[in-house]
Design a protein around this ligand. Structure first.
Ligand code: NAP
Length: 282
C-alpha cells in the first residue's frame, strides 16, 4: 500500500506559522483582517463561507462578511466594493466566484487591490507569479500542492511532474511554482494523447480534472507520488479524481477528502496575514 499524504499535518504547520505572524503583526499595532464578499446565496458559496469562517475562528483571524443581493447593479457593487478595497483595516479580500451574470466579473477582478488579492483574482497577481516575484499571491490550490509536496519531503528539484489540468486556478500557476522549484513540468489536458503512459513515467502526478474516480490503478506506476486535487461527489459523498485502488500501485497518494482541501484554506488565511505583515512593515 502507498503512503497516505494527509492534509491535516500540513495545515497544522501552516496554522502555527499564521499564529506566530499574527502575534508579530499585533506587536506592530496591526490586527490582521479578512473581508469575505458574497453576492447572492449560492449554496456552494455559503458552504465555502462557513468553512472559511470556521478556519478564521480556529486561528483567531478577524474577518468581516459583506453580503450583497444577487440583483445588485454593476454601478452599486463597484461603489460598495471600492469602499471594502480601500479600507485600511482590511488586509485580504475573498470574493466568491462566479459572480452573477449581471456583473462584469473580469472587470471587478481587475479592481481588487493586488496587495489584498489573497485568492489571485486580479491578473496582476498572476503576472507577478509568472515573473517570479515574491510579492505574488498565487492561487491557493496551486500553492497548497507545492506545500504538500514540500511537507512530505518529496524531492522537486529535477523531478518530472505531470499536471493534469491547464486552468488558470490550478495547472498553469502550479507549473510556474514548480518551475521555480526546478522541477521539469508537463501540463496535460483533455486532448493529451496516451495520458496514462505519460503519468506512469512521472515522479509526481497532480490531478485536477474534476471527474470522480476517473483514474484507476492502471494509470499509475510505483514511482508515482499522486496529489489528487479533484473535488467530486458520488451519492453525496466527496471523492477525488483517483480511484481508491490507486493506493495499491502508487508510492504515495493524497486522499479526498482529507488531502489538499484543508491546506488550500490555510493558504488563503496565510495570504491575508502575510498582507497584514507587509502593511505592518510599511
Ligand atoms: P476546470 O477549469 O474545469 O479544469 C479541468 C481541467 O481538467 C481542464 O484543463 C481539462 O482539460 C482537464 N480535463 C478534464 N477532463 C479530462 C480528461 N478526461 N483527461 C485529461 N484532462 C481532463 O476545473 P478547475 O477549476 O481547474 O478545478 C479542477 C478540479 O479541482 C475540480 O474538481 C475542482 O473542484 C477542484 N478544486 C479543488 C480545490 C481544492 O482545494 N482541493 C480547489 C479548487 C478546485 P481542457 O482544458 O482540455 O478542458
Amino acid at each position: 500500500m502507498s503512503l497516505e499524504l494527509k492534509g491535516a499535518p500540513v495545515a497544522e504547520k501552516i496554522r502555527a506559522g499564521i499564529t506566530e505572524k499574527m502575534t508579530m503583526c499585533r506587536m506592530k499595532g496591526v490586527e490582521p483582517m479578512m473581508a469575505i464578499v458574497r453576492v447572492g446565496d449560492r449554496s456552494d458559496d455559503v458552504a465555502y463561507e462557513i468553512q472559511v469562517r470556521r478556519s478564521c475562528e480556529k486561528v483567531g483571524l478577524s474577518y468581516k462578511v459583506f453580503d450583497f443581493p444577487e440583483d445588485i447593479t454593476q454601478a452599486r457593487f463597484e461603489v460598495e466594493f471600492s469602499i471594502i478595497n480601500a479600507d485600511p483595516n482590511i488586509h485580504g479580500i475573498l470574493l466568491f466566484r462566479p459572480l452573477p451574470a449581471s456583473l462584469d466579473e473580469g472587470f471587478i477582478s481587475s479592481l481588487v487591490d493586488p496587495g489584498k488579492d489573497i485568492d489571485c483574482m486580479n491578473p496582476e497577481n498572476l503576472s507577478r507569479l509568472f515573473l517570479g516575484r515574491e510579492d505574488a499571491f498565487p492561487p491557493c490550490t496551486s500553492e497548497a500542492v507545492v506545500e504538500m509536496l514540500k511537507y512530505y519531503e518529496i524531492p522537486l528539484e529535477g523531478a518530472n511532474v505531470v499536471i493534469v489540468n491547464r486552468s488558470m486556478v490550478l495547472g498553469k500557476p502550479l507549473a510556474m511554482l514548480l518551475l521555480q522549484e526546478n522541477a521539469t513540468v508537463t501540463v496535460c489536458h483533455s486532448r493529451t494523447k496516451d495520458l496514462p503512459s505519460i503519468m506512469k513515467r512521472a515522479d509526481i502526478v497532480v490531478s485536477g480534472i474534476g471527474k470522480a474516480r476517473f483514474f484507476d490503478k492502471t494509470c499509475f506506476s510505483k514511482k508515482n507520488t499522486v496529489i489528487d486535487v479533484g473535488i467530486n461527489f458520488i451519492d453525496g459523498r466527496m471523492t477525488g479524481d483517483t480511484d481508491p485502488n490507486t493506493a495499491e500501485v502508487a508510492a504515495a497518494v493524497s486522499p479526498v477528502p482529507g488531502g489538499v482541501g484543508s491546506v488550500t484554506t490555510m493558504i488563503l488565511l496565510r495570504h491575508a496575514v502575510d498582507s497584514a505583515w507587509r502593511k505592518a512593515n510599511g
